[in-house]
Design a protein around this ligand. Structure first.
Ligand SMILES: C[S@@+](CC[C@H](N)C(=O)[O-])C[C@H]1O[C@@H](n2cnc3c(N)ncnc32)[C@H](O)[C@@H]1O
Length: 290
């Protein structure tokens, strides 16, 4: 894996991302909040997978997309999940084994270039035209060059194959004060999009896809409703996601004050039963390889 990343100019950035997700991996989607698994099932529905299809799941994480995709294509199909983070891949492999999904596998690698490490440690990758669908669940905006990734997926897809991507739309404005309260204390954010990111608008993503050799891009936007029992569960959830990167950047001496500032805002958001709910827009974009 290090060999693969050493060859790319953005290798250091990806290495840091792999380590970030390694730290999230033990608790990712395991704090009693259903979030990524529900989004994964929706992405698979939007992709319209059929029995027997060959699927590449890029940034597969713990298997939120990979598992429902493997169930959709059945034992005659195949799903390969690729992720930078060995910890996430380990969790995906556990999920595959638990469900006895012989048609699925998860590998450690760079999904932007579609290169991964084989069991014997050698770098490898798929042949052109070897997939019917490429799925990217809440992952493509982390890649430094999503345009290069899309162009690569175009060649990996058989003619007429689909690329299906889930990504974030407008965040819940009611939560703005929570993030404003923490902002002065930390620096990093894995979620901050570059100014020229194609994930800033539907039109921008559609034009990237057209430029990369895809046709008929369509985007559906829905509400992603996430419910937390209360602030304690919200905090555990934040640390189980890439959102932990911000809190890791808060200096130890400021952490107590930052947490208190956020808790004051969380209290204002609580429903009468003490729970917290966020309603963020999520988008599902599907396009076809020309
Ligand atoms: C928010 S998680 C989503 C995981 C999963 N698809 C899901 O829906 O739960 C983003 C994942 O993308 C992976 N990732 C980011 N950049 C990547 C890259 N260049 N190659 C492979 N995986 C990458 C991260 O390691 C992480 O597991």
């Amino acid at each position: 894996m290090t060999e693969i990343l050493r060859r790319t100019p953005t290798g250091e950035l990806k290495w840091a991302l792999a380590q970030l997700f390694d730290r999230s991996a033990p608790t990712y989607e395991r704090v009693g909040v259903s979030h990524f698994d529900a989004l994964g099932r929706q992405l698979v529905e939007h992709a319209g997978l059929r029995e027997g299809e060959r699927v590449l799941d890029v940034g597969c994480g713990t298997g939120a997309v990979l598992v429902p995709a493997a169930l959709a294509v059945g034992p005659r199909g195949s799903v390969t999940g690729v992720d930078l983070s060995p910890g996430m891949v380990e969790r995906a492999r556990e999920a595959i084994a638990e469900q006895g999904l012989t048609q699925a596998r998860a590998v450690v690698g760079d999904a932007e270039t579609a290169e991964w490490t084989d069991a014997d440690g050698t770098a490898t990758g798929p042949a052109d035209g070897s997939f019917d669908a490429v799925l990217a669940g809440i992952s493509l905006f982390f890649f430094p060059h999503p345009d290069a990734a899309a162009a690569r997926y175009r060649t990996l897809l058989a003619p007429g194959g689909r690329l299906a991507v889930s990504w974030w739309g407008r965040p819940d404005a009611r939560w703005d004060p929570v993030f404003a309260a923490s902002a002065p204390y930390g620096t990093a954010s894995a979620h901050r999009l570059p100014d020229d990111s194609p994930f800033r608008s539907v039109d921008a993503l559609h034009s990237l896809l057209a430029d990369s050799g895809f046709t008929g891009a369509e985007t559906v936007e829905t509400d992603c409703v996430t419910r937390f029992q209360g602030p304690r569960q919200w905090w555990r959830w934040v640390w189980s996601t890439a959102g932990r990167q911000f809190w890791e950047s808060v200096p130890d001496g400021a952490r107590g004050e930052a947490i208190a500032a956020v808790n004051a805002e969380l209290d204002r958001l609580r429903a009468p039963d003490g729970s917290l709910t966020s309603v963020n827009k999520v988008r599902f974009t599907v396009a076809r390889a020309v």
